[in-house]
Design a protein around this ligand. Structure first.
Ligand code: IVH
Length: 661
């Protein structure tokens, strides 16, 4: 029995050390936080029950992993502690009792979002940013000063006339979800791998020895604690945060002063409910005893302070079974493995499929058909498989192999970097259908009602064999389809009619040129103004555009040099499609970035967006510091709030109409 326990303790220590190493040095954990917490919890419990096996070297007593060699090591001014966590009201109230007892009176609290990023220390000497480091093992971290200098929210100098001789602060490096999605869009557009979540990008960026890579990522730092200060220390955590703000540091919005633990619990529930409307990931709240005098009375344990606790949210991850792994042929022929899941609700959304991106990812996860897996989601990012529950295997699981041939057309697949691709192009039914779906999608030509289902049906019936056929659909043919009544048919034909006139950038996007998404289509339209000019551009011309590199230039040239594509464009024109040139200057909204939020009364969202585009503006979906204008309709929520926070101009629908004449 005793041997068994010792064995289990050793096993747990080895596993935790392995995860630490992956987490701290590679930024790519192979298990979820809750699984990690579970392992740590079990180890701590066994060590407490069997003190004879406890050892100072156990990972339960050290905060992180050893510092990797590549960055210079820095000693922290004070140990960078971790937080004890609770998961329910009872745990929070228990914490409150302990605090009251040690402080000798009831304590009040500063509550903050628990940011899901990478913890760092920033040191300022005589008002200037001197160095910054990661947590490392809690005592010694990595010198990431150069990386941190590229982050806009890290002040280079303290904003004060009589700056203190020394100030050390602690904060979290983060990435906003909107910036993360933008980054992934760019990654995907240029054929690169996408990142699983914002935290991985942050971890990866901080590990970069080449800080120029860090500079390309939109990272932010929110500060939450003064570690050391040569000036007069503010008496409370709340005032410490106020001082940090004055000094020019960013402090997380949404912090709250709570008079007692009940208020802190209410704050927890409110934040959990509003979690989706924040533009950054949080996994709980942090409750901190407000008075620093009380904090000192409470003191710290080896690894965490007694005056603070993390009150975690319910995890947005669930376990479910992989019913099958199939492959999906995309518009550009890339064949991606897709996990079909036993449907499961993850934080209020039913999830039944998750992309596995590519074979590298399948191998990295080690996922098999029949496996139980953890599915996670963050914000409104697509759900992903984060972990395979190896312990739940029965032996009946099946290994997934990439088929040799395209499941849609039977052509032999070809390997290209991490991707497998069907080279058949539009001769492959899957690629053709995906192209038509893409062409008619909202972001491209926008033909309402021309959905995936409709495309599949019309294709099966042989009524469309290419995008130009969309414009030749006849009423009587549609009416002959099962379930197609007068109204449905008329609606589709009307939508097609309306889409005959199409702005250049939407048309370019709709063509589905490899690497050319909405953004680059717009860049091309702005630069060349007409389709003929885009088609005539040489690779050399294209390369003169800032955002276009050799790979993209080549794919654009490749597209317009293929006979088949030129014929399709010709046919589209013959079938009455008018591609509208782009007015280069003079539009009322020329160059402006606009976001719509809430519901509009006198027009649909896509009508409004088209109006913006017709005037040279760009309609985007999230509010960032680059947004010029927000149009707020009825029941506008988080985007409106964010616009106000960022000081972006907000108008209502009526004013927007007036502005558009
Ligand atoms: S205070 C001694 N405040 O959560 C105080 N930590 O699980 C230590 N974190 O390592 C931390 N948001 O990286 C504090 N508002 C916040 C935080 C926060 C996120 C992280 C921090 C810490 C981890 C503990």
């Amino acid at each position: 029995m005793a041997d068994k326990i010792k064995q289990r303790i050793d096993e747990l220590r080895r596993e935790i050390l392995k995860h630490n190493e992956l987490y701290y040095t590679k930024g790519a954990p192979s298990v979820s936080d809750s699984r990690y917490d579970e392992l740590m919890g079990e180890l701590k419990k066994l060590e407490a029950e069997h003190p004879e096996y406890d050892s100072p070297g156990s990972p339960s007593h050290t905060v992180g992993a050893p510092v990797p060699e590549k960055f210079r090591k820095v000693e922290h001014t004070a140990p960078m502690l971790s937080l004890e966590s609770v998961t329910d009201e009872e745990g929070a109230r228990h914490f409150d009792d302990t605090c009251a007892r040690a402080a000798g009176e009831k304590t009040d609290y500063t509550c903050e979002p628990k940011l899901d990023g990478i913890s760092i220390e920033l040191v300022y000497e005589n008002g200037m940013f001197a160095r910054g480091s990661t947590r490392g093992d809690g005592r010694t971290g990595e010198d990431v000063t150069l990386n941190l200098k590229t982050i806009g929210t890290v002040p280079q100098r303290i904003n004060s006339r009589n700056a203190p001789a020394l100030l050390a602060v602690r904060g979290e490096v983060m990435m906003h979800i909107s910036d993360f999605q933008e980054l992934n869009r760019k990654q995907a557009e240029s054929g690169k791998d996408v990142f699983a979540n914002p935290r991985n990008v942050v971890a990866g960026s901080m590990r970069q020895l080449d800080y120029r890579i860090t500079a390309e990522r939109k990272l932010r730092v929110y500060c939450y604690r003064i570690l050391e200060f040569s000036g007069a220390m503010p008496p409370t955590q709340w005032e410490a945060l106020e001082l940090l703000k004055e000094y020019g540091f960013s402090v997380s919005p949404n912090i709250k002063r709570c008079g007692d633990i009940e208020e802190a619990i209410r704050y927890h529930h409110e934040m959990e409910k509003g979690r989706d409307s924040l533009d950054y990931e949080i996994d709980g709240i942090v409750i901190k005893v407000n008075s620093l005098k009380h904090q000192a009375a409470l003191g710290t344990r080896t690894n965490n302070p007694k005056w603070s606790v993390a009150y975690k949210f319910k995890p947005r991850k669930e376990v479910t079974r992989v019913d099958n792994i199939v492959v999906q042929v995309g518009r550009t022929g890339v064949v991606t493995p897709l996990a079909l899941l036993n449907p499961v609700e993850v934080g209020g959304v039913t999830v039944s499929r998750a992309t596995l991106h590519n074979m590298d990812q399948v191998e990295r996860l080690g996922i098999k058909i029949g496996d139980y897996v953890k599915v996670e989601r963050a914000g409104d990012v697509i759900p992903y498989v984060s972990e395979v529950m190896i312990g739940k295997r029965t032996g009946g699981e099946k290994t997934f192999r990439m088929p040799e041939k395209c499941p849609s057309c039977g052509t032999k697949l070809e390997k290209e970097d991490v991707f497998w691709r069907c080279p058949a192009g539009l001769a492959c039914p899957a690629q053709l259908k995906e192209t038509m779906i893409h062409y008619s999608s909202k972001g491209a030509v926008d033909i309402e009602g021309f959905s995936e289902k409709t495309v599949n049906l019309l294709y099966e019936k042989g009524m469309v064999k290419g995008i130009s056929d969309i414009y030749r659909l006849k009423k009587e043919d549609l009416l002959a389809l099962e379930g197609w009544k007068e109204k449905k048919t008329d609606n589709l034909l009307k939508a097609i009619e309306e889409a005959r006139k199409v702005p250049l950038e939407r048309f370019l996007c709709g063509l589905g040129i490899r690497n050319v998404g909405k953004h680059l289509a717009r860049v091309l339209a702005d630069k060349y103004g007409s389709l003929d000019k885009v088609m005539a551009a040489t690779e050399e011309d294209l390369l003169r555009i800032n955002e276009i590199g050799p790979e993209i230039a080549a794919s654009i040239r490749h597209f317009f040099s293929r006979e088949k594509n030129l014929k399709e464009i010709e046919k589209l024109r013959e079938n009455g499609v008018v591609i509208q040139d782009r007015k280069s200057v003079g539009g009322r909204l020329s160059g402006k970035k606009i976001v719509f939020t809430g519901s509009l009364e006198t027009m649909s969202r896509s009508e409004a967006q088209k109006m913006v585009e017709a005037e040279g503006g760009e309609a985007l979906s999230s509010v960032t510091s680059e947004t010029d204008l927000v149009v707020a309709g009825e029941k506008a929520g988080s985007k409106l709030k964010k616009a106000r926070e960022k000081g972006v101009k907000v108008i209502d629908e009526k004013e927007f109409r007036k502005m558009m004449g």
